[in-house]
Structures are given as C-alpha cells and as structure tokens.
Design a protein around this ligand. Structure first.
Ligand code: TEU
Length: 579
C-alpha cells in the first residue's frame, strides 16, 4: 500500500522530521575526574565526536540528584545535578556548548515515580495525615488480611523489577505502589498538586534553556489502582504476580494529562522544542492520538512492539530468534499507521536494550557489515532516528561470563527471584542476561586502545568487556567503518526530503532473509534492499527500474548501480538506490 505523507512539502514539516537524536547514558559515556563514572564535563570533552557524526539533538539520560538505585531513574531532587555527574553550572555549560554547535539538549523527564528519598515522599510517608499523603498511592492491606501477611498487598500486581508492586510501610501499616523498584514510589497523577509541581519543574528547565524532554514511561501515569491483574505472568515481570498493565498502560486520563501538560508547559514556546514519550505497551491506535499534531500531546513516542519480538514464553530473559517477517509486519504497521497522522521514532538501541549488532546482527565475522546493514534498514524508514552511544561504533554486548559481573537492578532482581522460585538454573540465568541484560548497553563507551578504552583513568563502575576491540579512534580513522556509515545516514536524512518525508511501501513481505521497501516523494523514489543475514541472497524487489538506478548509499565499497531484474546481495549487504 502506498501512503501519502502527512506533509506535502518538506519546508512545512517540523525540524525534527529531518533530525537525528543521539542518546548519552552519562555514567558510561566519558569520565573526566577519574572516579570511574561518566560525568557532564566528560560529555563536554567529547562533543567533537557528536559534531563529526552530524547529529542534531543530545538526549541526556538522568543526571539529577539520586540514590542511584536505578542509575538515576530514581530522582530525589529534579532541580539539582547529582555530584556524581557534576554541577548545575556544568549542565548549563553543556547546554551552551551544544547550542553553539547548532545542537539541542533534551533532558530525561522521570515523573511516573520519584525516589523514596525525595522530600515529597519522605513527607508523604511520615503520617497518614500528611498533607502530601495523596501525592503517592497509599492503600491499606487487602480486606480481611493483616499488613505484612503474604497476599495482603492491595492488588496482586507484579513490579517491572520482579517481586510485588506494593511495599509495606511498617510505620503506618499501609502499602505504597511502585511499578519499578521499592525505592521508586509511583506519583499519584490524580492529584492536581502533583501535576502542577511537575509542570512547574518542567517550565524551570525550559527557562534554563533546555530544548525538550524524553518522558520516561509517561503513558503509565494515569492509573486505575483497583483491579487485580490476570495470571499467569503479564508483560512486566516474572513470578507469581498478576499483570496490572491493563490498569495503568495508557490509563483512563492519559490523553487529558498530556494535553494539560502541553498547555501548562509548552504552549507559546518556540517550536525548537522536542517531546518524545517513552510508552511501554502503547498501541498504534493510541500512538496516532498521542502524536497527532492537532491534539498537542507529544511529538513522537517510543513504542516497544519490535523490541518484544524476540521475547520467549518466559519473557524478556527467555529470548528466541527474531523472525524477519515479524519485524516487517510490525514496522510496516507502524509506518502505515502513522503515515497520514502523527510521527514515528526509530530505534534499535538504548540504555534498556541489548546492542543490535549482537542481538539481531553478527558481532563476530560480519560485525561491520551487519551493523551498517541494520542501520541502513532503520534509518531509511520514515520517522526520527535515535542513535544510542556506541551504536555508531558497532559496539557489541558485554559477553560477561559470570553473574557477578552484572550491576543492573532489573537483571539482579530477576536472578534473585528466579533463584527463590527455583524457576531457572544459574546457567540459564547467565544465558538470559548475556543476551538481554540492560548492562549490555551500559558498558563504557570504547574511545581508544588505552586502559579502560579511554573511558576513565580510574576503575570503571562497570567493566569494559574483556577482549574489546572496537574503538571510536579506529572507527573514525576508517572511511568504511560503522561510524562513517552512520555519519552518511545522518547526512542523507538532512539532505534528502525523500528520506525524511517520503511515503513508505514495504516490499517482499514474506521473505525471511531480505528486507526491502521504497520511499517516494514528489515523483522521486528510493529503493532500499537489505540482506539480513550471512548468506548471499538474490531477490527481485518487483519494482520497475528504468535503465540503471544510481547507488545513493551502500555498505560495501563496491555495491553496484541497480539494473532491472534480480538483485544479488552479499552477506549483510545493504543498498539504497534512486529509481
Ligand atoms: O524504562 C521503562 C521500561 O519499560 C523498562 O522497564 C523497559 O521495559 C525494560 O527495562 C526493558 O527490559 C524506563 C527507563 O528507560 C528505564 O531505564 C528505567 O529503569 C524505568 O523506566 C524506570 O524509570
């Protein structure tokens, strides 16, 4: 099906339709003071790398004051920088330096929950009569049961980080809700005082010069905190708990809240801003509503359909191989569904996902070829691409060989619960973490061949994978590298409106080895064909080729122009041709 783009002429489209966003997970990017943890001054030291790549926006994962239970996604002061990362002045310096380079800074907004050490929660938990009691979700034990009695939790919901989603506060005998860790209590967005405090904080950051927000699990803030969830396990956890997600995923007032946020925070501000909502479990139908410009909610969303395609019956840590036709069906639906209204984000990697070259590529013999093939596949879709630190280098998973090498709370809680339930052997657990742990994306960026890959002069908080070879230094020096392919993809999106805005047509929907599609705008068409595998393939994309189609971008040095008829593809070969 050929789709007409939302915007007829390129110059009508918002700037972010031609932009590429680069995500920095600060604790693993660059350490400047030798404490083994990345920091803001370290990012400042590496801005030339981002400029060389050509990206437009830096999305900065949290640097706020935090006990670091979930590496900063548990915030104890939204308007302070944690000393681990530096100072507010350092953040101002980063904002200014990015602006000087024509780039923008998007902050991570984590307002579904705070840290349990945030003053709001400290006050809320102090007494059932606290004026902030209703800023969080407090409930008594289930009717007829005593606080602390197994099963007395107000609902049977499981947490994203294993275990129950309710924690008993002994002092008051009531439970508080935490969809994530027990140190991440959920804010009660039904309370208008909570929403106004969040909006005031957001305005404070915009007034400080930041250019927007990536909104952490923002589709979970509207909740119906009553029903038990269905058993067996739902989408969020492993263990004897109910799936509460239907009660809080895109809950009853979510569109009302996001429209209110837009009015209270963004209305009247310049259109240089960017908002992206991270939305686990969001449907395409809801995404059309969230990203419809006329509704003024958010510009785009991170959806999770594709990154769930390799989750096995036991969930995320029980992975199965990806079937390419499943990916085509999913991406094809989202391209079709957001063609006439709304906008896609495009991503493989982030700080929560394993690295794509290890996950769905080949991080051994064909590391360069598969990383550049998968990058081409993603970046030629319609939407705003997000590049995660190290992805542009073709960095691989950690390949840790011991469970004690992992640090991530999600992984550690999964191991703890599985051992308690006897649901998996340590060997099975290690295999699951090696494939899917979030730590795979959190090992330090590998800058050069010096100690700890140039990330720190101290001891890194998470070890550089033993036997690492990829470095930014080597990638930058090799014109055929993953880095320079990403640079060319960014350049192509900047320069060619067909890439940014062209309509999308999926080809070869039933082929399990080759991914092909066209992009068309104003009578100009690009054909994209990618061999997603290590065997040579020959396919006929089934599109008319008049004479010879010029190669726009390929990932082999000698990818040829295209003639009519079958296309012969080498292992992991990707080509973009102008028909
Ligand atoms: O992640 C939300 C989320 O959905 C994750 O639980 C994700 O599904 C999971 O990690 C994949 O296995 C956001 C942040 O990106 C994540 O780092 C935080 O831990 C989480 O919210 C809580 O703030």
């Amino acid at each position: 099906m050929t789709l007409t783009p939302t915007t007829s002429a390129p110059d009508d489209a918002p700037w972010w339709t031609r932009a590429v966003v680069y995500q920095v997970y600060p604790r693993s990017f660059q350490d400047s003071d030798g404490d083994g943890v990345g920091d803001l001054r370290g990012i400042l030291q590496r801005l030339d790398h981002l400029s060389a790549l050509g990206v437009d926006v830096l999305w900065l994962s949290p640097v706020y004051a935090s006990p670091m239970d979930d590496n900063g996604y548990d915030i104890s002061d939204y308007q302070a920088v944690d000393p681990l990362f530096g100072t507010l002045e350092d953040l101002d310096a980063l904002t200014a330096a990015l602006h000087e380079r024509g780039m923008r800074l998007v902050m991570d907004l984590v307002v579904n929950h705070t840290s349990d050490e945030h003053p709001w929660f400290v006050e809320s938990r102090s007494s059932p009569d606290s004026p902030k009691r209703d800023w969080y979700w407090w409930r008594p034990a289930r009717r007829g049961m005593r606080p602390g009695q197994p099963g007395a939790e107000p609902t049977n919901w499981g947490s994203f980080f294993s275990g129950p989603a309710w924690e008993l506060d002994e002092a008051t005998g009531e439970y508080y809700l935490h969809l994530f860790s027990r140190k991440q209590p959920d804010l009660n967005w039904e309370n208008p005082q909570v929403r106004e405090a969040v909006y005031a904080m957001m305005r404070w950051w915009l007034d400080r010069g930041v250019d927007g927000f990536r909104m952490d699990v923002i589709n979970l803030v509207s909740k119906d905190v009553a029903p038990d969830g269905s058993l067996p396990d739902g989408m969020v956890h492993d263990g004897p708990y109910g799936d509460g997600s239907p009660a809080y995923t895109c809950g009853p007032r979510i569109h009302e809240f996001l429209a209110e946020m837009h009015r209270e925070v963004f209305a009247g501000r310049p259109d240089r801003l960017l908002t992206v909502g991270e939305m686990p479990g969001v449907t395409l139908e809801d995404a059309r509503l969230f990203t419809d410009p006329a509704r003024r909610e958010v510009d785009m969303v991170f959806q999770f359909e594709h990154v769930g395609l390799d989750h096995g019956p036991g969930g995320k840590f029980d992975p199965r191989p990806l079937r390419l036709t499943d990916l085509k069906a999913s991406f094809g639906r989202w391209q079709a569904g957001l063609a006439d209204v709304g906008w896609n984000s495009l991503y493989w990697d982030n700080h929560d996902q394993p690295r794509i070259v290890s996950r769905w590529g080949d991080d051994g013999r064909y590391r360069r070829e598969s990383a550049t093939a998968l990058a081409t596949l993603l970046h030629l879709h319609r939407g705003t691409p997000y590049v995660y630190q190290g992805e542009e280098l073709g960095m691989t998973n950690a390949h840790f060989t011991r469970l004690d090498q992992y640090r991530d709370i999600e992984s550690l809680r999964h191991v703890e619960q599985a051992r308690a339930l006897g649901s998996a052997t340590d060997e099975q657990l290690l295999a699951g973490l090696a494939a899917m742990s979030r730590d795979n994306a959190r090992t330090p960026v590998q800058w050069d061949s010096s100690a700890h890959a140039g990330f720190t002069t101290g001891t890194p908080w998470l070890e550089v994978p033993p036997g690492w070879t990829v470095t930014a230094e080597a990638e930058r020096a090799d014109p055929a590298s993953v880095f320079h392919h990403y640079r060319r993809l960014v350049e192509l999106r900047h320069d060619d409106p067909v890439v940014a805005l062209g309509d999308f047509t999926m080809l070869l929907p039933d082929d399990e080895h080759v991914y092909a599609f066209t992009r068309s705008l104003g009578g100009r068409t690009l054909l994209v064909v990618v061999n997603v595998g290590g065997e040579p393939r020959e396919v006929d994309p089934g599109v008319p080729v008049a004479g010879e189609a010029a190669l726009v971008l390929g990932n082999y040095a000698d990818t040829a122009p295209l003639a009519a008829g079958p296309v012969a593809l080498r292992p992991w070969e990707a080509g973009v041709w102008r028909l």
